[in-house]
Design a protein around this ligand. Structure first.
Ligand code: ATP
Ligand code: MG
Length: 206
């Protein structure tokens, strides 16, 4: 059975934390492809000023162009209203019938999954790969899964990756303050941010 990795997020902007997590998961779990799926209206974000979907999409395209195992999907951008992971997974199950699904998250997001809409359904459709993220220790969460969610046993995997304390929030703040972001994300993405004046006072969101 082939395995499809799914990397969901806001990606405002995409950075090396996302790319390293996806690549390590691909290699460790033998994923034939990793699909980056930018969210439309994320139910778990309180920012109302997220950059336009088209801009976030274009930045992902630039970031993944040199990795043949990485691809992008606009399914959450095309859907109206909040994009729930469960709905996305239903579509992916249909579109990739001969693939097992592996949803890749950072450890911050992994610890929240039991608050997600229809999490029981989600866990039937996909396994999870939680990549270590500096500042987010998932050990208490993993212990709790073991004790309180036996049905999720064996479907939630923890993955140590080279720790990158990079976040989109920090990158947006740096741009706003005029601090460097070079080497935190792929150069074509940095140039895109610069050319479009993103994350500045006059440009789009911080
Ligand atoms: P923001 O600061 O706006 O929340 P972010 O950097 O957390 O942005 P998201 O788009 O929220 O990026 O994250 C998408 C996915 O990538 C999430 O599962 C998140 O946990 C994971 N992720 C983000 N940054 C890292 C990182 N540095 N290391 C590992 N995983 C990461
Ligand atoms: Mg985040």
């Amino acid at each position: 059975m082939n395995r499809l990795g799914i990397m969901g997020g806001t990606f405002d902007p995409i950075h090396y934390g996302h790319l390293v997590g996806a690549e390590m998961a691909r290699s460790k779990f033998n994923l034939s492809k990793v699909l980056f799926i930018p969210s439309g209206t994320p139910p778990h974000k309180d920012r109302s000023d997220i950059s336009a979907a088209g801009l976030r999409y274009e930045m992902i395209e630039r970031a993944i162009q040199d990795n043949p195992a990485f691809d992008i999907s606009a399914i959450e951008l095309e859907r109206k209203g909040p994009s729930y992971t469960v709905d996305t997974l239903r579509v992916l199950r249909e579109d990739w019938p001969d693939h097992e699904l592996y949803f890749i998250t950072g450890s911050d997001v992994l610890c929240e999954i039991f608050s997600w809409h229809e999490v029981e359904e989600i866990l039937k459709m996909t396994e999870f790969i939680g990549a270590a993220r500096p500042g987010f220790d998932a050990s208490d969460f993993l212990l709790k899964v073991h004790q309180e969610h036996p049905e999720a046993q064996g479907r939630i995997h923890y993955l140590e990756v080279p720790a990158l304390a990079i976040s989109s929030t920090d990158i947006r703040a740096r741009v706003k303050l005029g601090e460097p972001i070079r080497y935190l994300l792929p150069e074509p993405v940095r140039l895109f941010i610069q050319d479009h004046g993103l994350y500045t006072e006059e440009g789009s969101a911080l």
